[in-house]
Write a protein that binds this ligand. Structure first.
Ligand code: THU
Length: 130
C-alpha cells in the first residue's frame, strides 16, 4: 500500500469518529512493519475525561491483536493546518515506535506535515529511563 492509501484510511475514519461533544473528529491509520493497517477514531464520553483519541484507539486495537512492530502513522483532522497530536498520544507513540518512525499529519485541503516520533516528542521518556 502507498502513503496515499494510508492517508485515505485516516481521512475515511473521520466519518466514523464518535464526537457528539466536541464535534472535532480525528482519524488515524497505524501501519505495521508487515504492512497491515489499523484505523483509529476518537471516541468521546459524557464523562469527558474518558475520551480516547484516534491515535490511541489505533494503537490499542493493534497492540491488543498482538502487533508490536510499526512503520508509519497517519493522523487526520478537519483542521486548516495539519493536526497536532496531543501529548498523551505522543507518549504512546514513543512506547511502541522507533524514534525515527515517520508520522504524517493531515489537515483539510490536502495539507500535510511530515514528522517523526522523536520530532513530536524530543527527549523522550522510555523504558531505558527506568
Ligand atoms: N483528539 C484526538 O483524537 N487526537 C489528538 O491527538 C488530539 C485530540 C480528540 C480528542 C477529542 O475527542 C477531540 O479531539 C477534541 O479534543
Amino acid at each position: 500500500m502507498s502513503k496515499k492509501e494510508w492517508i485515505d484510511i485516516a481521512v475515511d475514519a473521520l466519518d466514523k469518529a464518535y464526537v457528539p461533544y466536541s464535534k472535532f473528529p480525528v482519524g488515524a491509520c497505524l501501519v505495521t512493519k508487515d504492512g497491515k493497517t489499523y484505523q483509529g477514531i476518537n471516541i468521546e464520553n459524557a464523562s469527558f475525561g474518558l475520551t480516547n483519541c484516534a491515535e490511541r484507539t489505533a494503537f490499542f486495537k493493534a497492540v491488543s491483536e498482538g502487533e508490536r512492530e510499526f512503520s508509519h502513522l497517519v493522523v487526520a483532522g478537519h483542521t486548516p493546518e495539519p493536526i497536532s497530536p496531543c501529548g498523551a498520544c505522543r507518549q504512546v507513540m514513543a512506547e511502541f515506535c522507533d524514534p525515527a518512525m515517520p508520522v504524517t499529519l493531515v489537515g483539510d485541503n490536502g495539507t500535510v506535515k511530515e514528522m517523526t516520533v522523536e520530532g513530536l516528542l524530543p527527549y523522550i521518556f522510555t523504558d531505558k529511563d527506568l
